[in-house]
Design a protein around this ligand. Structure first.
Ligand SMILES: NC(=O)c1ccc[n+]([C@@H]2O[C@H](COP(=O)([O-])OP(=O)(O)OC[C@H]3O[C@@H](n4cnc5c(N)ncnc54)[C@H](O)[C@@H]3O)[C@@H](O)[C@H]2O)c1
Length: 316
């Protein structure tokens, strides 16, 4: 991994599975001063600790990010074990699929409490520790669903748009009050993780959700972990993970509002983006270029092809 975490003590929520676990393993392999790992899945969290072994000082904390008491205990135990904390990764989250009208208030609120309130509360609890450091990073995981909308996901979108709003606002505050704390907002595209195993589902069976995610996932959790950690060390504010996250970022900018109103047009845009994302991901996995470069290559190839077709049609 490019980027040096050797002086950092890193606290990660949602470290038992998926991207959180892969970030922990990568940091342990590359060398860091300490890892404080939190999750509410005690068994899987213990597996992460065992897989890290003695590669670096590590502590695990059974924490539900919905509970402020749990988060305060997480901070106190981190201080006790590692004496400091210089990087916080607010990663814990769940997915939710279903139409708004089919979801109860309790069901809706669960997503907001974990995905948004959990990020805000954990930031509030840990920010004083980050401010004590000469150089610190706050990494909040939003989603590409934090900048464009789909049907069937309103609570997830609400939570991830909120994480993005909170993170962007906090980043501006930190530049004034604590410029040593760098803030990063991460927008992953579809990442092959265990997200659908814990998802709240109303209209689709778990098997179908898992199957769908396997098909549309373009980036593996370990690739995503590397992109996030390298992006933070490069002081990138907005970290997009996967070619789909780059391409879908254009949609609301190019067609603000328009893509929302017509379901057929939305489907067309989405299919077009996913086809291009798939091509870009294949190039990335074959020759190892960055997502942004691969997206650029795919779009360039299309522009050249379109120009040739036009010239032919116009007889030039
Ligand atoms: N996988 C994707 O395609 C994708 C895309 C965009 C954003 N994200 C976001 O990335 C983050 C990581 O997700 P992932 O894909 O690795 O999923 P994952 O399900 O593999 O990992 C999420 C982890 O968070 C933990 N968690 C969930 N609720 C918790 C709670 N209340 N308290 C403590 N821990 C809790 C889970 O136990 C799990 O270990 C999430 O915030 C997710 O919304 C994922």
């Amino acid at each position: 991994m490019r980027g040096d975490y050797s002086n950092h003590v890193i606290a990660i929520t949602g470290a038992a599975q998926g991207m959180g676990r892969e970030m922990a393993l990568l940091l342990a392999r590359s060398g860091c001063a300490g890892l404080a790992l939190a999750d509410f899945n005690e068994k899987a969290l213990e597996q992460t600790r065992q897989d890290i072994g003695d590669k670096c000082p590590v502590s695990t904390h059974v924490v539900d990010v919905r509970s402020v008491e749990d988060l305060e205990r997480f901070r106190d135990e981190t201080l006790e074990k590692h004496k400091r904390c210089s990087v916080l990764v607010n990663n814990a989250g769940i997915a939710a699929l279903g139409f708004f009208e089919d979801q109860t208030k309790e069901y809706y609120d669960r997503t907001i409490k974990i995905n948004f309130d959990g990020v805000v509360d954990c930031t509030r609890v840990f920010l004083p520790l980050l401010k004590r450091e000469k150089s610190a990073h706050l990494i909040n995981i939003s989603s590409m669903y934090g900048y464009f909308a789909t049907d069937n996901n309103s609570n997830y979108h609400a939570s991830k748009f909120a994480v993005r709003g909170f993170t962007e606002a906090l980043a501006t505050e930190c530049t004034i009050r604590c410029p040593q704390v760098k803030v990063h907002c991460v927008h992953p595209g579809y990442v092959r993780s265990q997200l659908m195993e814990n998802a709240d589902l109303t209209q689709i069976t778990r098997e179908d959700a898992l199957d769908m995610f396997k098909r549309i996932g373009l980036t593996n959790s370990d690739q995503a972990a590397k992109m996030i950690l390298e992006g933070a060390m490069r002081n990138q504010f907005r970290i997009r993970v996967g070619p789909d996250a780059y391409l879908l970022d254009f949609l609301p900018r190019l067609l603000p509002g328009t893509y929302l109103v017509n379901p057929r047009f939305r489907k067309f845009c989405f299919s077009y983006v996913m086809l291009n994302s798939y091509a870009a991901a294949r190039i990335r996995d074959t020759i190892g270029l960055s997502d942004a470069s691969c997206v650029f290559l795919v779009l360039l190839a299309q522009a050249i092809a379109a120009r040739a077709v036009l010239r032919r049609l116009l007889g030039k």
